[in-house]
Design a protein around this ligand. Structure first.
Ligand SMILES: Nc1nc2c(ncn2[C@@H]2O[C@H](COP(=O)(O)OP(=O)(O)OP(=O)(O)O)[C@@H](O)[C@H]2O)c(=O)[nH]1
Length: 214
């Protein structure tokens, strides 16, 4: 009859509305869950970056350096330490703010001059460390030379017209960055860096091989 047909139609409409509401709720919950997931992932990424990156230069910090090096399959290669020359006097003469900008530019230059597979870090105040998973000492000589030249060629006159040039000294040696060998390799490179500083700065000294200067 007409009445029962009408009742059926109303019932059908009611079911359709309920179905629609359920689908809508499901869609909203799905979107919210996905959004929450993306947010959590971003926050985790941010925390991770803060724990391994140096905020001033965006290079790895000491912790990030060791984490990267620990994850390498091949742990033998060259460890290079680069230290900005007379940085204390740059700070004293031009102020910490300019000192920070110098650090930032030097960091960027060092990073630009090496491969993505080389691990670059700001290891201390004005000291940078690079690990090269390479055995080629001639190549490392060329890279050291290039790092020194590219820093000394940087122009800082926009920061202060009296800030003519910034140089680095470099010590590097071959060895293993395996956890229990690292200290020894670092000390060898650091001793060579000290030699490069005490024999005039703006130069590199490489372990087991002859030195070279700019
Ligand atoms: N602006 C700035 N200065 C820093 C930072 N970290 C360390 N320094 C400064 O770096 C200077 C390092 O000075 P020293 O270790 O005496 O060495 P140096 O003057 O570079 O002399 P040499 O290494 O012998 O060439 C100190 O004055 C520190 O205060 C930083 O994040 N920002």
């Amino acid at each position: 009859s007409d009445v029962s047909w009408q009742k059926q139609a109303i019932e059908q409409t009611r079911l359709n509305i309920i179905l629609f509401i359920n689908i809508a709720i499901f869609a909203v919950v799905l979107v919210l869950t996905l959004w929450q997931l993306v947010k959590t992932k971003r926050v985790n990424q941010h925390h991770y970056e803060q724990s391994v990156l140096d905020p001033l230069t965006q290079l790895f910090n000491r912790h990030g350096f060791h984490q990267s090096v620990d994850s390498l399959d091949n742990k033998s290669g060259f460890l290079l330490i680069a230290d900005i020359d007379n940085f204390k006097s740059i700070n004293d003469r031009f102020g910490h703010n300019i000192g920070d900008k110098v650090l930032h530019r030097v960091a960027k230059t060092l990073k630009q001059q090496v491969r993505d597979s080389d691990i670059v870090a700001r290891y201390g105040g004005e000291e940078f460390v690079i690990f090269f998973p390479s055995q080629d000492s001639n190549q490392l000589k060329m890279i050291s030379q290039r790092l020194i030249c590219s820093v000394s060629a940087l122009d800082f006159s926009d920061l202060n017209e009296n800030l003519k040039q910034v140089t680095i000294s470099v010590g590097l040696d071959k060895g293993s960055v395996e956890a229990n060998h690292f200290e020894l390799l670092y000390e060898k490179a650091d001793t060579l860096l000290y030699k490069a500083k005490s024999s005039g700065k703006n130069q590199f000294i490489m372990g087991h091989l002859e030195s070279a200067s700019v």
